[in-house]
Design a binder for this molecule. Structure first.
Ligand code: MN
Ligand code: MN
Length: 296
């Protein structure tokens, strides 16, 4: 584990997140938001670990801007900005919810408080089920409902979801946090009318390479090689291919790679009762007496 790379990636991610928190995005398109944040990450000499997610309202996660996305942020929206920075494949994963409607401020506060409380009990040996319990209790005390089927995760080099789930509710089955691994904790919170679950939506605009196997199409193989050289196995957006590929061609080749299971596509995740969702997220490395939050 390269601690220094985790720390450097975390510093960039936290600066960019705090700038996003302060901005007033009403009137901006999701494309402008994604592109400006991704540009800022690169200006700070980080690489994007995944396309910036700009998930609005009942969309909890996994929406990134399409190449000509013209969706505009309104003053009634709740916008989750989830960003990732990687250095040599070591990832900082962090998120902030911006909300211009005071009615939903409590959801943002609940997600932030749950994240703070969860991280405050973690050290080497803490059980993940205790983290889920404190997140669930904090969120409920603040009048929200935790999303049960979304969770944080362990991280590995070039791997965002490395196998272990950091739960957002009390659950059976548990692991203990180790100092040799980085983790992301990310409470998602909906209203009391929400089901506290997400379902898959129709839109898929985030992709990643699933295997380095070949298909019987030279152009599709060329695209797979290009994806590997640029993004390794990390997620990417169609937007990120357009500078080098003709849009119509790349859409066709990408579809072929998806059909052949060379590329995986990620559906947006939507609150099952279509209620608004807020999120907060940090990446951290457990220590003997606490944690080192890389994205603080
Ligand atoms: Mn994230
Ligand atoms: Mn995450």
């Amino acid at each position: 584990m390269q601690i220094q790379d985790y720390i450097s990636a975390g510093k960039i991610a936290s600066e960019v997140r705090e700038n996003a928190r302060k901005k007033y995005y009403v009137g901006s398109t999701l494309l402008e938001i994604c592109e400006s944040i991704e540009k800022e990450i690169e200006q700070k000499t980080g690489k994007c670990a995944f396309p910036v997610n700009t998930s609005l309202n009942e969309i909890a996660a996994h929406y990134t801007a399409e190449p000509n996305d013209d969706i505009v942020v309104k003053d009634t929206d709740l916008l989750k900005i989830d960003l990732g920075v990687q250095i040599n494949g070591y990832i900082a994963d962090t998120a902030v919810t911006v909300c211009y409607d005071p009615k939903y401020d409590y959801l943002v506060q609940a997600a932030e408080a749950a994240l703070r409380e969860a991280i405050s009990i973690i050290h080497v040996g803490t059980k993940s089920s205790d983290v889920g319990k404190i997140i669930e209790n904090t969120v409920k005390q603040m009048g929200g409902t935790p999303i049960a089927n979304l969770s944080g995760h362990s991280l590995e080099q070039y791997t965002i979801h490395a196998g272990k789930s950091v739960p957002n509710i009390w659950s059976i089955g548990s692991f203990s946090f180790q100092a040799t691994e980085a983790y992301a904790c990310e409470p998602f919170v909906t209203t009391q009318e929400g089901l506290g679950l997400v379902r898959e939506g129709k839109i898929r605009n985030i992709f990643s390479l699933a295997t380095r196997k070949r298909v019987k199409d030279d152009d599709a193989n060329k695209l797979a090689d290009f994806i590997w050289s640029k993004f390794n196995m990390l997620p990417f957006a169609l937007r990120w291919l357009i500078p080098d590929w003709d849009e119509k061609t790349v859409r066709r080749l990408l579809e072929k790679l998806i059909q052949n299971k060379i590329v995986r596509s990620y559906p947006i995740l939507v609150e099952a009762n279509s209620k608004k969702v807020a999120q907060a997220e940090h990446t951290f490395i457990p220590q003997e007496n606490g944690v080192r939050i890389t994205t603080i």
